[in-house]
Write a protein that binds this ligand. Structure first.
Ligand code: PEP
Ligand code: MN
Length: 359
Protein backbone atom coordinates (compact mmCIF):
# COMPACT_ATOMS: atom_id res chain seq x y z
CA UNK A 1 0.00 0.00 0.00
CA UNK A 2 2.76 2.38 0.99
CA UNK A 3 4.56 1.66 -2.30
CA UNK A 4 1.42 2.38 -4.29
CA UNK A 5 0.94 5.69 -2.52
CA UNK A 6 4.56 6.58 -3.34
CA UNK A 7 4.03 5.56 -6.96
CA UNK A 8 0.89 7.70 -7.15
CA UNK A 9 2.83 10.70 -5.89
CA UNK A 10 5.54 10.09 -8.50
CA UNK A 11 2.93 9.84 -11.25
CA UNK A 12 1.30 13.05 -10.05
CA UNK A 13 4.64 14.78 -10.15
CA UNK A 14 5.19 13.49 -13.70
CA UNK A 15 1.78 14.78 -14.69
CA UNK A 16 2.55 18.24 -13.31
CA UNK A 17 5.74 18.27 -15.36
CA UNK A 18 3.86 17.25 -18.49
CA UNK A 19 1.24 19.97 -17.78
CA UNK A 20 4.04 22.49 -17.65
CA UNK A 21 5.46 21.25 -20.95
CA UNK A 22 2.02 21.41 -22.60
CA UNK A 23 1.59 24.94 -21.29
CA UNK A 24 4.97 26.03 -22.68
CA UNK A 25 4.15 24.44 -26.01
CA UNK A 26 0.69 26.04 -26.10
CA UNK A 27 2.16 29.46 -25.43
CA UNK A 28 4.66 28.87 -28.22
CA UNK A 29 1.75 27.87 -30.44
CA UNK A 30 -0.12 31.11 -29.63
CA UNK A 31 3.02 33.19 -30.25
CA UNK A 32 3.46 31.64 -33.70
CA UNK A 33 -0.24 31.97 -34.43
CA UNK A 34 -0.17 35.69 -33.50
CA UNK A 35 2.75 36.16 -35.91
CA UNK A 36 0.75 34.37 -38.59
CA UNK A 37 -2.23 36.65 -37.76
CA UNK A 38 -0.08 39.74 -38.29
CA UNK A 39 1.25 38.41 -41.62
CA UNK A 40 -2.32 37.63 -42.68
CA UNK A 41 -3.39 41.18 -41.77
CA UNK A 42 -0.60 42.53 -43.97
CA UNK A 43 -1.63 40.25 -46.82
CA UNK A 44 -5.32 41.03 -46.29
CA UNK A 45 -6.13 37.37 -45.62
CA UNK A 46 -8.79 36.16 -43.18
CA UNK A 47 -7.60 34.74 -39.87
CA UNK A 48 -9.70 31.63 -40.05
CA UNK A 49 -8.65 29.31 -42.86
CA UNK A 50 -10.84 26.17 -42.83
CA UNK A 51 -8.73 24.40 -45.49
CA UNK A 52 -5.53 24.86 -43.46
CA UNK A 53 -7.29 23.67 -40.31
CA UNK A 54 -8.52 20.60 -42.16
CA UNK A 55 -4.98 19.80 -43.32
CA UNK A 56 -3.53 20.22 -39.83
CA UNK A 57 -6.17 17.95 -38.35
CA UNK A 58 -5.34 15.34 -41.01
CA UNK A 59 -1.68 15.59 -40.03
CA UNK A 60 -2.61 15.10 -36.37
CA UNK A 61 -4.64 12.05 -37.27
CA UNK A 62 -1.80 10.52 -39.30
CA UNK A 63 0.84 11.09 -36.64
CA UNK A 64 -1.17 10.13 -33.58
CA UNK A 65 -0.17 6.65 -32.48
CA UNK A 66 -2.30 6.63 -29.32
CA UNK A 67 -3.22 5.80 -26.68
CA UNK A 68 -5.41 8.88 -27.01
CA UNK A 69 -8.24 7.99 -29.42
CA UNK A 70 -8.21 9.86 -32.75
CA UNK A 71 -11.53 11.62 -32.14
CA UNK A 72 -10.47 12.87 -28.76
CA UNK A 73 -7.10 14.05 -30.11
CA UNK A 74 -8.83 15.88 -32.95
CA UNK A 75 -11.27 17.49 -30.53
CA UNK A 76 -8.43 18.79 -28.38
CA UNK A 77 -6.62 20.20 -31.41
CA UNK A 78 -9.79 21.82 -32.70
CA UNK A 79 -10.10 23.62 -29.34
CA UNK A 80 -6.49 24.78 -29.61
CA UNK A 81 -7.04 26.05 -33.16
CA UNK A 82 -10.18 27.85 -32.06
CA UNK A 83 -8.28 29.54 -29.22
CA UNK A 84 -5.61 30.72 -31.61
CA UNK A 85 -8.17 32.28 -33.99
CA UNK A 86 -9.84 34.00 -31.03
CA UNK A 87 -6.50 35.33 -29.86
CA UNK A 88 -5.75 36.67 -33.35
CA UNK A 89 -9.19 38.37 -33.20
CA UNK A 90 -8.26 40.11 -29.96
CA UNK A 91 -5.09 41.42 -31.59
CA UNK A 92 -7.07 42.73 -34.56
CA UNK A 93 -9.70 44.35 -32.37
CA UNK A 94 -7.00 46.29 -30.58
CA UNK A 95 -5.94 47.77 -33.86
CA UNK A 96 -9.21 49.39 -34.95
CA UNK A 97 -9.06 53.12 -35.58
CA UNK A 98 -12.14 53.71 -33.43
CA UNK A 99 -10.54 51.87 -30.51
CA UNK A 100 -9.66 53.89 -27.49
CA UNK A 101 -5.91 54.19 -27.09
CA UNK A 102 -4.48 54.59 -23.60
CA UNK A 103 -3.77 58.21 -24.51
CA UNK A 104 -6.95 59.02 -26.44
CA UNK A 105 -9.39 61.57 -25.10
CA UNK A 106 -13.15 61.19 -25.47
CA UNK A 107 -14.26 62.54 -28.83
CA UNK A 108 -16.32 65.69 -28.41
CA UNK A 109 -18.41 66.70 -31.42
CA UNK A 110 -19.14 70.41 -31.48
CA UNK A 111 -21.94 71.64 -33.74
CA UNK A 112 -22.72 75.34 -33.39
CA UNK A 113 -21.49 75.21 -29.80
CA UNK A 114 -23.60 72.13 -28.96
CA UNK A 115 -21.19 69.59 -27.56
CA UNK A 116 -21.89 65.87 -27.88
CA UNK A 117 -19.56 63.66 -25.89
CA UNK A 118 -18.46 66.37 -23.53
CA UNK A 119 -18.75 66.52 -19.78
CA UNK A 120 -22.52 66.87 -19.74
CA UNK A 121 -25.10 64.72 -21.54
CA UNK A 122 -27.38 66.10 -24.25
CA UNK A 123 -31.01 65.52 -25.12
CA UNK A 124 -32.27 64.91 -28.63
CA UNK A 125 -35.99 64.97 -29.21
CA UNK A 126 -38.69 65.45 -31.79
CA UNK A 127 -41.33 63.37 -33.50
CA UNK A 128 -40.82 60.00 -35.08
CA UNK A 129 -41.80 61.45 -38.47
CA UNK A 130 -42.08 64.96 -39.80
CA UNK A 131 -45.75 65.23 -40.71
CA UNK A 132 -46.39 68.94 -41.31
CA UNK A 133 -45.02 72.38 -40.52
CA UNK A 134 -47.62 72.84 -37.76
CA UNK A 135 -46.89 69.47 -36.18
CA UNK A 136 -43.16 70.02 -36.02
CA UNK A 137 -43.39 73.67 -35.10
CA UNK A 138 -45.83 73.04 -32.23
CA UNK A 139 -43.55 70.30 -30.94
CA UNK A 140 -40.17 71.96 -31.46
CA UNK A 141 -41.14 75.31 -29.86
CA UNK A 142 -41.95 73.56 -26.59
CA UNK A 143 -38.85 71.38 -26.73
CA UNK A 144 -36.71 74.47 -27.26
CA UNK A 145 -38.30 76.08 -24.19
CA UNK A 146 -37.26 73.00 -22.22
CA UNK A 147 -33.66 73.69 -23.27
CA UNK A 148 -33.44 71.04 -26.00
CA UNK A 149 -31.37 72.14 -28.99
CA UNK A 150 -31.15 69.00 -31.09
CA UNK A 151 -34.30 68.34 -33.09
CA UNK A 152 -34.98 64.93 -34.56
CA UNK A 153 -37.58 63.87 -37.11
CA UNK A 154 -37.73 61.38 -39.94
CA UNK A 155 -38.36 62.52 -43.49
CA UNK A 156 -37.41 59.17 -44.99
CA UNK A 157 -39.04 56.49 -42.86
CA UNK A 158 -37.92 52.85 -42.84
CA UNK A 159 -41.33 51.30 -42.21
CA UNK A 160 -41.85 47.58 -41.71
CA UNK A 161 -44.94 47.70 -43.89
CA UNK A 162 -44.84 49.27 -47.36
CA UNK A 163 -48.42 50.47 -46.71
CA UNK A 164 -47.36 52.61 -43.73
CA UNK A 165 -46.50 56.32 -43.99
CA UNK A 166 -43.11 56.56 -45.68
CA UNK A 167 -42.21 60.15 -44.81
CA UNK A 168 -42.48 63.55 -46.53
CA UNK A 169 -38.99 63.23 -48.06
CA UNK A 170 -37.59 66.58 -49.26
CA UNK A 171 -40.62 68.50 -48.05
CA UNK A 172 -40.00 67.02 -44.58
CA UNK A 173 -36.33 68.00 -44.71
CA UNK A 174 -37.28 71.59 -45.61
CA UNK A 175 -39.71 71.76 -42.68
CA UNK A 176 -37.02 70.44 -40.33
CA UNK A 177 -34.43 72.97 -41.46
CA UNK A 178 -36.85 75.93 -41.45
CA UNK A 179 -38.04 75.25 -37.93
CA UNK A 180 -34.57 74.44 -36.59
CA UNK A 181 -33.28 77.75 -38.01
CA UNK A 182 -36.20 79.66 -36.52
CA UNK A 183 -35.54 78.20 -33.09
CA UNK A 184 -31.72 78.02 -33.15
CA UNK A 185 -31.73 74.23 -33.07
CA UNK A 186 -29.82 71.66 -35.11
CA UNK A 187 -31.31 68.80 -37.10
CA UNK A 188 -30.76 65.06 -36.98
CA UNK A 189 -32.59 63.00 -39.57
CA UNK A 190 -32.32 59.52 -41.01
CA UNK A 191 -30.87 58.52 -44.36
CA UNK A 192 -32.05 55.35 -46.07
CA UNK A 193 -30.22 55.43 -49.35
CA UNK A 194 -26.80 56.46 -50.68
CA UNK A 195 -28.41 58.48 -53.48
CA UNK A 196 -30.06 60.81 -50.94
CA UNK A 197 -26.77 61.93 -49.35
CA UNK A 198 -26.46 65.26 -51.25
CA UNK A 199 -30.11 66.09 -50.57
CA UNK A 200 -29.95 65.32 -46.85
CA UNK A 201 -26.65 67.18 -46.46
CA UNK A 202 -28.43 70.35 -47.61
CA UNK A 203 -30.80 70.24 -44.65
CA UNK A 204 -29.35 68.16 -41.81
CA UNK A 205 -26.60 68.80 -39.27
CA UNK A 206 -26.33 65.16 -38.18
CA UNK A 207 -27.15 62.23 -40.45
CA UNK A 208 -28.74 59.24 -38.77
CA UNK A 209 -28.16 55.67 -39.89
CA UNK A 210 -31.04 53.60 -38.59
CA UNK A 211 -30.91 50.17 -37.06
CA UNK A 212 -31.89 48.49 -40.33
CA UNK A 213 -28.99 50.09 -42.18
CA UNK A 214 -26.16 49.44 -39.73
CA UNK A 215 -25.08 46.57 -41.97
CA UNK A 216 -25.38 48.65 -45.17
CA UNK A 217 -21.64 48.88 -45.76
CA UNK A 218 -21.88 50.76 -49.05
CA UNK A 219 -23.90 53.46 -47.27
CA UNK A 220 -21.41 53.53 -44.37
CA UNK A 221 -18.49 53.86 -46.80
CA UNK A 222 -20.14 56.82 -48.52
CA UNK A 223 -20.90 58.48 -45.18
CA UNK A 224 -17.19 58.12 -44.45
CA UNK A 225 -16.60 60.71 -47.16
CA UNK A 226 -18.90 63.47 -45.88
CA UNK A 227 -17.96 66.17 -43.42
CA UNK A 228 -21.00 66.11 -41.17
CA UNK A 229 -21.43 63.96 -38.06
CA UNK A 230 -23.13 60.60 -38.40
CA UNK A 231 -25.38 59.15 -35.71
CA UNK A 232 -24.98 55.41 -36.14
CA UNK A 233 -27.62 53.24 -34.50
CA UNK A 234 -26.88 49.72 -33.37
CA UNK A 235 -28.43 47.05 -35.57
CA UNK A 236 -31.24 45.33 -33.68
CA UNK A 237 -29.40 42.03 -34.02
CA UNK A 238 -25.84 43.34 -34.00
CA UNK A 239 -23.18 42.29 -31.55
CA UNK A 240 -21.06 45.07 -30.10
CA UNK A 241 -18.11 43.95 -32.22
CA UNK A 242 -20.27 44.31 -35.34
CA UNK A 243 -21.49 47.70 -34.13
CA UNK A 244 -17.93 48.92 -33.57
CA UNK A 245 -16.84 47.58 -36.95
CA UNK A 246 -19.73 49.45 -38.62
CA UNK A 247 -18.37 52.66 -37.05
CA UNK A 248 -14.92 51.70 -38.33
CA UNK A 249 -16.29 51.70 -41.89
CA UNK A 250 -17.29 55.37 -41.53
CA UNK A 251 -14.08 56.29 -39.71
CA UNK A 252 -11.84 54.64 -42.32
CA UNK A 253 -13.42 56.77 -45.05
CA UNK A 254 -12.10 59.86 -43.25
CA UNK A 255 -15.20 60.95 -41.34
CA UNK A 256 -14.30 60.76 -37.67
CA UNK A 257 -17.41 62.55 -36.44
CA UNK A 258 -19.37 59.51 -35.28
CA UNK A 259 -21.97 59.35 -32.54
CA UNK A 260 -23.05 55.83 -31.64
CA UNK A 261 -26.57 55.09 -30.52
CA UNK A 262 -27.80 52.15 -28.48
CA UNK A 263 -31.46 51.56 -29.31
CA UNK A 264 -32.11 48.08 -28.01
CA UNK A 265 -31.75 44.68 -29.57
CA UNK A 266 -34.30 42.05 -30.47
CA UNK A 267 -34.67 39.28 -27.90
CA UNK A 268 -37.39 36.84 -26.88
CA UNK A 269 -38.90 39.44 -24.54
CA UNK A 270 -42.26 40.81 -25.66
CA UNK A 271 -43.06 43.37 -22.94
CA UNK A 272 -40.72 45.89 -24.52
CA UNK A 273 -40.30 46.69 -28.21
CA UNK A 274 -36.61 45.80 -27.92
CA UNK A 275 -34.35 44.90 -25.00
CA UNK A 276 -32.20 47.81 -23.94
CA UNK A 277 -28.65 46.51 -23.58
CA UNK A 278 -27.47 48.78 -20.82
CA UNK A 279 -24.08 47.07 -20.60
CA UNK A 280 -23.23 48.21 -24.12
CA UNK A 281 -22.69 51.79 -22.98
CA UNK A 282 -19.75 51.23 -20.60
CA UNK A 283 -18.33 48.61 -22.99
CA UNK A 284 -18.45 51.01 -25.95
CA UNK A 285 -16.92 53.73 -23.76
CA UNK A 286 -14.13 51.38 -22.77
CA UNK A 287 -13.40 50.10 -26.27
CA UNK A 288 -13.84 53.28 -28.30
CA UNK A 289 -13.39 57.01 -27.80
CA UNK A 290 -16.68 57.80 -29.56
CA UNK A 291 -19.69 59.36 -27.87
CA UNK A 292 -22.71 57.12 -27.39
CA UNK A 293 -26.32 58.09 -26.75
CA UNK A 294 -29.34 55.95 -25.93
CA UNK A 295 -32.62 56.07 -27.84
CA UNK A 296 -34.97 55.30 -24.99
CA UNK A 297 -38.11 55.43 -27.15
CA UNK A 298 -37.20 52.73 -29.67
CA UNK A 299 -35.50 50.68 -26.94
CA UNK A 300 -38.61 50.09 -24.89
CA UNK A 301 -41.43 51.26 -27.18
CA UNK A 302 -43.59 52.36 -24.25
CA UNK A 303 -43.96 55.46 -22.14
CA UNK A 304 -44.78 54.20 -18.66
CA UNK A 305 -41.20 53.16 -17.80
CA UNK A 306 -39.41 55.94 -19.65
CA UNK A 307 -38.20 57.82 -16.55
CA UNK A 308 -36.21 55.00 -14.89
CA UNK A 309 -34.94 53.86 -18.28
CA UNK A 310 -33.65 57.34 -19.12
CA UNK A 311 -32.09 57.66 -15.70
CA UNK A 312 -30.42 54.27 -16.01
CA UNK A 313 -29.02 55.11 -19.46
CA UNK A 314 -27.47 58.31 -18.14
CA UNK A 315 -26.29 56.62 -14.95
CA UNK A 316 -24.18 54.13 -16.91
CA UNK A 317 -22.45 56.96 -18.73
CA UNK A 318 -24.48 57.62 -21.86
CA UNK A 319 -23.57 60.94 -23.49
CA UNK A 320 -27.21 61.69 -24.01
CA UNK A 321 -30.67 60.38 -24.65
CA UNK A 322 -33.03 60.48 -27.59
CA UNK A 323 -36.74 60.35 -27.07
CA UNK A 324 -39.63 60.81 -29.46
CA UNK A 325 -42.12 63.58 -28.76
CA UNK A 326 -45.23 64.90 -30.47
CA UNK A 327 -47.59 67.73 -29.57
CA UNK A 328 -50.43 65.24 -29.98
CA UNK A 329 -49.16 61.63 -30.15
CA UNK A 330 -52.62 60.24 -30.85
CA UNK A 331 -52.45 61.94 -34.26
CA UNK A 332 -48.93 60.68 -35.07
CA UNK A 333 -48.50 58.84 -38.35
CA UNK A 334 -45.84 56.52 -36.89
CA UNK A 335 -44.88 55.19 -33.45
CA UNK A 336 -47.80 56.96 -31.81
CA UNK A 337 -47.80 54.81 -28.68
CA UNK A 338 -44.20 55.54 -27.70
CA UNK A 339 -44.03 59.29 -28.39
CA UNK A 340 -44.24 61.52 -25.34
CA UNK A 341 -46.65 64.42 -25.40
CA UNK A 342 -45.12 67.72 -24.40
CA UNK A 343 -46.26 67.59 -20.77
CA UNK A 344 -44.75 64.12 -20.46
CA UNK A 345 -41.55 65.38 -22.08
CA UNK A 346 -41.32 68.21 -19.60
CA UNK A 347 -42.00 65.89 -16.71
CA UNK A 348 -39.22 63.57 -17.89
CA UNK A 349 -36.74 66.41 -18.20
CA UNK A 350 -37.59 67.86 -14.80
CA UNK A 351 -37.17 64.41 -13.30
CA UNK A 352 -33.77 63.90 -14.95
CA UNK A 353 -32.58 67.37 -13.96
CA UNK A 354 -32.71 66.23 -10.33
CA UNK A 355 -29.86 63.84 -11.11
CA UNK A 356 -27.95 65.20 -14.11
CA UNK A 357 -26.74 68.49 -15.52
CA UNK A 358 -27.40 68.69 -19.24
CA UNK A 359 -25.24 70.42 -21.80
C1 PEP B 1 -35.93 56.37 -35.78
O1 PEP B 1 -35.11 56.85 -34.99
O2 PEP B 1 -36.83 57.06 -36.29
C2 PEP B 1 -35.87 54.94 -36.09
C3 PEP B 1 -36.53 54.42 -37.12
O3 PEP B 1 -35.11 54.26 -35.23
P1 PEP B 1 -34.44 52.79 -35.37
O4 PEP B 1 -33.63 52.82 -36.63
O5 PEP B 1 -33.61 52.71 -34.13
O6 PEP B 1 -35.56 51.82 -35.38
MN1 MN C 1 -39.96 56.04 -34.41
Amino acid sequence: MENEVKELLVLREQMSQVNEKIMTQLNQFIEISNQIGKMKDKLGLPHFDPQREFEMLKEVEQKNKGPMPQDMMKRVFKEIFQASVEEMGVETRRKLKVNRLPTSQDLVIDINGIKIGGKNPIIISGPCSVESYEQLSNTAKKLRKMGIRILRGGAFKPRTSPYSFQGLEEEGLKILKTIADELDMIVVTEILNVVDIPLILKYADIIQVGTRNMYNYSLLKELGKIDKPVLLKRGFMATLDEFILAAEYIYLGGNHQIILCERGIRTFETQTRNTLDISSIPIIKKETHLPIVVDISHSVGRKDIIKPIARAALAVGSDGIIFESHYNPSLALSDSSQQLDLDEAEELINYLKKYFIFS
